[in-house]
Design a protein around this ligand. Sequence first.
Ligand SMILES: [Ca+2]
Ligand SMILES: [Ca+2]
Length: 99
Amino acid sequence: MQQKTTGAWYSVEYWKFQIGDEATDKYRLDVDGYSGDAPDGLQYDSGLSQHDGMMFSAYDNDNDFESAGANCADSLKGGWWFNVQYSADLELPVLHRCA
Ligand SMILES: [Ca+2]
Ligand SMILES: [Ca+2]
């Protein structure tokens, strides 16, 4: 990935990157391992920003863990393996409010 402000390139490699099926697993993300010079945005922490193990959410398919009922994919205008209130992406450490 390329950082917008500096133009510098960074990379990340996972030794496991697996997506579950739609019918029974809602495209659940399973990543393991990490190496590279970009932040590990998918396994950022073990709490609210953890994407590993999450199901995929879209604007019309709320599979996140946000308990108040908000749909992270709808409020943030994009599909992702959202967790609870905050969400990291591959360009971490930017954190987004979900609801
Ligand atoms: Ca995993
Ligand atoms: Ca939700």
